[in-house]
Design a protein around this ligand. Structure first.
Ligand code: NDP
Ligand code: 2IT
Length: 452
């Protein structure tokens, strides 16, 4: 077999097997390759991980569910979508991970996200396994009633696979408070159980946790703040670019501003806006959260200081810190070079796998700091685990208490990445640290539980 670049012989063989068993699923291949590239030193040091064939088991989801979702649109036409839930790994706890509603969703995307989630969840140190799900449903342009009927149809199949001790979904792209409400309502109706812990990201008056809505964006910024602190710096005066303008991006912008930085650009799938005075968050929230509008409307609402573009790249906007927070593979090698040329020194992933392998290589080789999503955006799922904890004890914590837990968790993940990277001979390499720290925690639990 041909050895893959960056992988030793054993890893290369397993990777070839993965390619053959999962044809056409390029995001899944990419996510596995990225983890495998880090594992050489840990396999060399601890033969048990190779001997137990843990790696082969880690690459094969425990269960993959694909189902039809039929629903009736406002015009009375029957619509058919495809639903997915990939229960990837339960070594550390019930399957846990979000649901994504976006037309690009197919099995390869769900598997890549479930694989990443397994390591991310391990890094939080909390008792949660890895999963992901979703549908190729496009919520844009759909009425609330259509979204409700879709969610009800989706849950009518999903309910039999989930449960507070089995599998606990949450939000992701296209799935937030509105959708989780409809999903929870349908679960309750079918099962006749008010099982709060079956979903996270619920509304604050019916079992949700303070800070869960903000947690992914806030957490990414707290993680970045730890990077800055480790270099004797702070957010004060930093110029920041955040891609996307959804849940993760909006609350990343909010926390950067609270910590003294200025976010000068954000985007959506049709373009980006640059506001040299700093993105006006109230205007952005009004467009995106209240009216579900387009980012281009920001320009008309804010006047002359704003450039709206549908063809320039947000990564051409000069900044000190970049937080890609939209979607996978949105920042490529060319973009990484443009960021570096313009003085960017830190890239922390708010999204899952937004940087292509070429971008990561360019950033790492230049000496810039690269913080991978599985570490930097883990605040969302960590706060989901805090929501599960509150649901299990029928308690609800204050915003301040919950946020202080989030800060502590992000600091812990940051330190564990750095300490692991140091231990395995790659000081400052957050990717290697995150991959090895996540891997050893999952692998140890898998070995302890036997070949299952
Ligand atoms: P939202 O649906 O709230 O927002 C997504 C944003 O990204 C929108 O601005 C959207 O633009 C843009 N976007 C989505 N798909 C594309 C695409 N194919 N090309 C260009 N832009 C795109 O999702 P979230 O903010 O929740 O999620 C963003 C990222 O963060 C995802 O990678 C997700 O997996 C990750 N993440 C989310 C967590 C959460 O708790 N929600 C937790 C951890 C990670 P448009 O509206 O035009 O489509
Ligand atoms: O990618 C992610 O970590 C999420 N979409 C959140 C998952 C969760 O269960 O809160």
């Amino acid at each position: 077999m041909v050895e893959m670049p960056g992988l030793d012989e054993k890893l290369s063989d397993i990777y070839q097997e993965v390619l053959a068993r999962n044809p056409g699923e390029m995001e899944f291949h990419q996510a596995i390759h990225e983890v495998f590239e880090s594992l050489g030193p840990v396999l060399a040091k601890h033969t048990k991980y190779g001997d137990e064939a843990v790696l082969r088991r880690l690459c094969e989801p425990e269960r993959q569910i694909i189902f039809r979702v039929s629903w009736v649109d406002d015009a009375g036409t029957v619509q058919i979508n495809r639903g997915f839930r990939v229960e990837f790994n339960s070594a550390l706890g019930p399957y846990k991970g979000g649901l994504r509603f976006h037309p690009s969703v197919y099995l390869g995307i769900v598997k890549f996200l479930g694989f990443e989630q397994t390591f991310k969840n391990a890094l939080t140190g909390m008792p949660i396994g890895g999963a992901k799900g979703g549908s190729d449903f496009e919520p844009k342009g759909r009425s609330d009633a259509e979204v409700m009927r879709f969610c009800q149809a989706f849950m009518t199949e999903l309910y039999r696979h989930i449960g507070e001790h089995t599998d606990v979904p949450a939000g992701d792209i296209g799935v937030a408070g509105r959708e989780l409400g409809y999903l929870f309502g349908q679960y309750k109706r079918i099962t006749n159980r008010y099982e709060s812990g079956v979903l996270t990201g619920k509304g604050l008056t019916w079992g949700g946790s303070q800070v869960r809505t903000e947690a992914t964006g806030y957490g990414t910024v707290y993680f970045t703040n730890e990077i800055l602190k480790s270099r004797g710096e702070s957010f004060d005066g930093q110029r920041v670019v955040v891609s996307g303008s959804g849940n993760v991006a909006i609350y990343a912008i909010e926390k950067v501003h609270q910590l003294g930085g200025t976010v000068v650009a954000c985007s959506d799938s049709s373009g980006c806006v640059v506001d040299e005075n700093g993105i006006d968050l109230e205007v952005l929230k009004d467009i995106k959260l209240r009216r579900r509008g387009r980012i281009s409307e920001y320009a008309s609402l804010r006047g002359g200081t704003v450039i709206s573009t549908s063809n320039g790249s947000i990564w051409d906007v000069p900044c000190d810190i970049a937080l890609p927070s939209a979607t996978q593979n949105e920042l490529n090698g060319r973009d990484a070079k443009a960021l570096l040329t313009n003085g960017c020194r830190i890239v922390a992933e708010g999204a899952n796998m937004p940087c292509t392998p070429e971008a990561v290589e360019v950033l790492t080789e230049s000496g810039a700091v690269f913080a991978p999503g599985k570490a930097a955006n883990a605040g969302g799922v960590a706060t989901s685990a805090l929501e599960m904890q509150q649901n299990a004890s029928r308690d609800s914590w204050t915003f301040e208490h919950t946020e202080s837990r989030l800060v502590e968790i992000m600091r812990g993940i940051h330190d564990s990445c750095l300490e692991t990277a140091e231990e395995y001979g790659a000081p400052g390499n957050y990717s290697l640290g995150a991959n090895i720290a996540g891997f050893t925690r999952v692998a140890d639990a898998m070995i302890a539980q036997g070949v299952i």
